[in-house]
Design a protein around this ligand. Structure first.
Ligand SMILES: [Zn+2]
Length: 90
């Protein structure tokens, strides 16, 4: 692989990462927190145990709804910033 090809790949990866960050920031707090909770606490097999990564991301299927409900319960007793900070250190 030449350096130009590697640089192009890294630029594409950066653009995709920035797109994902923008997509995440555009979510409502409940869904952002649900995403953080899921990434930290879901230990199911993501091939056939948890549908998070292959289900429709419209928050209507089981795994997204379940984590969104947990996020709503957290946001009922905490603001988003505090909850995010706590989750980060757990
Ligand atoms: Zn999961």
């Amino acid at each position: 692989m030449n350096l130009q090809t590697k640089a192009d790949e890294l630029r594409n990866e950066l653009a995709e990462t920035e797109r994902l960050i923008d997509e995440f920031k555009a979510l409502p707090e409940e869904h952002r927190l649900a995403t953080l909770l899921h990434s930290k606490f879901c230990h199911w097999n993501h091939t056939d145990g948890c549908s998070w990564y292959y289900a429709e991301k419209d928050w209507t299927e089981y795994s997204h709804k379940m984590w969104a409900e947990k996020a709503a319960k957290v946001l009922a007793v905490s603001d988003y910033a505090a909850a995010e900070a706590i989750i980060e250190v757990l």
